[in-house]
Design a protein around this ligand. Structure first.
Ligand code: GKR
Ligand code: MG
Length: 431
């Protein structure tokens, strides 16, 4: 039955925003990060919004699935999921199972996750509509808040001072390649945001240097929980050697070695719990981990590729059942993603650690009111209807213009690194 609240139109706008030269296992960030902004409009003119991946295959999948929503009620999430799954069968996989050479570093590029990613993109915008129509924040649609604010952690990166192609003036963070510079980066980030725990993106400098970085952080921030994430770029042997050097310092050890087998081999010899956003990335992989006796003890979820906010709630129940911890993974993103994550995390009793966010590395915004404000490293759960944020259409036009002009259509950290070092192979595990 078509009503005035039926969906009339879906608009997808690709955007690009500045991203610093952050180093990781695959290479280095390009100067522009891509996202898509989703708007779902009802016949009566209400608009629900969301933010998701913005690479070319995702844009194509969103465009393919969008017509399926026409005439649907914003409440019909199950039917939306059925229609999207029918329309967007997983695209053909490459030999490695992922687009390009990116293995699972950037889970947003998993081709096999297309259906879950598109469902998530539409689900959040439909929940935003539901909330607006009923005067309720999304967290209430998810069962209500179990916490008033959601804690995030400082997410540190080794980085260069400036992009090689100098597309815009250098960022204010400067270079980070030594323990001293790493501590300075943490001081700056914690000073601005008040984060209570610290994560270091590793897998890029020689592992001993990265371990020295963690020790310097432990000394500079006594009592703050610390994590290190080499994105599977260390062998099992290196992973075990480094965790020995960090005895007593780590809250958890994130994706040290590649693959579930590699993680299981590390888990057998290591007391620190292992966390992942690389080897448990969907329900089938959750089951595999369970079948192996749960070598991975903490799942770092991400509603953008787990199939949405409700799917992540289901994951949280599973984590509780299997006695696993749960927290959140992040890629470069803006405020809509952060707010969606905040509603979700406020609704999940089983959130056991402060969540990751790349937000401090972005300086732009697409929502009215500009950048979101953290208090002591946490974000207050919005109480306004729906997501509680609205699009700034001028900013959207500007960021779309960036997208048109930047020429980037896929994230390719390896190709970007080869501009600095033509001999860089990206072979993994590298250390
Ligand atoms: O943006 O460089 C990055 C991160 O390394 C990202 O690609 C990862 O997916 O943040 C992520 C992680 O925790 O593995
Ligand atoms: Mg990770």
């Amino acid at each position: 039955m078509i009503t005035s609240h039926s969906i009339r139109h879906v608009r997808i706008t690709p955007i690009a925003f500045r991203d610093p030269p952050l180093l990781n296992a695959a290479g280095i960030h390009e100067p522009w990060a891509l996202r898509s902004i989703i708007e779902i409009e009802t016949a009566s003119g209400w608009i629900g919004i969301n933010e998701s991946y913005g690479d070319q295959p995702m844009l194509e999948a969103l465009a393919k699935a969008a017509p399926a929503l026409t005439g649907l009620s914003p409440w019909a999430l199950n039917e939306m999921e059925r229609r999207v799954a029918a329309l967007v069968a997983p695209l053909t996989q490459t030999a490695s199972g992922f687009l390009g050479q990116h293995i699972s570093l950037a889970p947003g590029t998993h081709v096999a996750k297309t259906v879950a990613k598109v469902i998530s993109a539409f689900e959040v915008a439909m929940l935003d509509l539901q909330g607006q129509l009923n005067g309720a924040p999304i967290v209430d649609l998810l069962g209500g808040a179990v916490r008033e604010s959601v804690p995030f952690s400082a997410y540190l990166f080794y980085k260069y001072a400036e992009h090689i192609d100098k597309p815009y003036p250098p960022d204010p963070w400067g270079e980070t390649l030594t323990p001293e510079q790493l501590v300075a980066q943490a001081q700056r980030m914690i000073g601005q945001y008040g984060f209570q725990s610290i994560k270091l993106k590793a897998g890029t400098l020689p592992p001993e240097e990265e371990a020295a970085g963690v020790r310097a952080l432990a000394q500079a921030f006594p009592g703050k929980p610390l994590r290190i994430d080499p994105n599977g770029n260390w062998t099992v042997e290196t992973s075990l050697k480094i965790v020995q050097q960090l005895r007593g310092l780590l809250e958890y050890y994130e994706d040290p070695a590649p693959g579930l087998e590699g993680m299981a081999a590390v888990a057998r010899e290591c007391e620190v719990p292992l966390a992942t956003n690389m080897v448990v990335t969907d329900f089938a992989e959750f089951r595999r981990n369970a079948d192996m006796g749960c070598p991975v003890k903490i799942v770092l979820s991400d509603h953008h590729y787990w199939g949405g906010l409700r799917a992540t709630q289901r994951l949280s129940t599973l984590c509780q059942t299997f006695d696993l911890g749960l927290s959140m993974h992040s890629n470069s993103h803006l405020g809509i993603s952060l707010v969606a994550m905040t509603h979700l995390c406020a609704s999940v009793p089983q959130l056991t650690y402060a969540c990751d966010t790349h937000y401090p590395w972005q300086d732009d915004e697409v929502i009215e009111g500009g950048r979101l404000q953290f208090d002591q490293g946490s974000l207050k759960v919005p109480t306004a209807p729906g997501l509680g944020v609205t699009l700034d259409y001028e900013a959207l036009a500007r960021l779309h213009d960036n997208y048109q002009r930047c020429g980037i259509r896929f994230r390719d950290d390896l190709a970007q690194m080869r501009k600095y070092d033509p001999s860089f192979t990206g072979a993994q595990p590298r250390f």
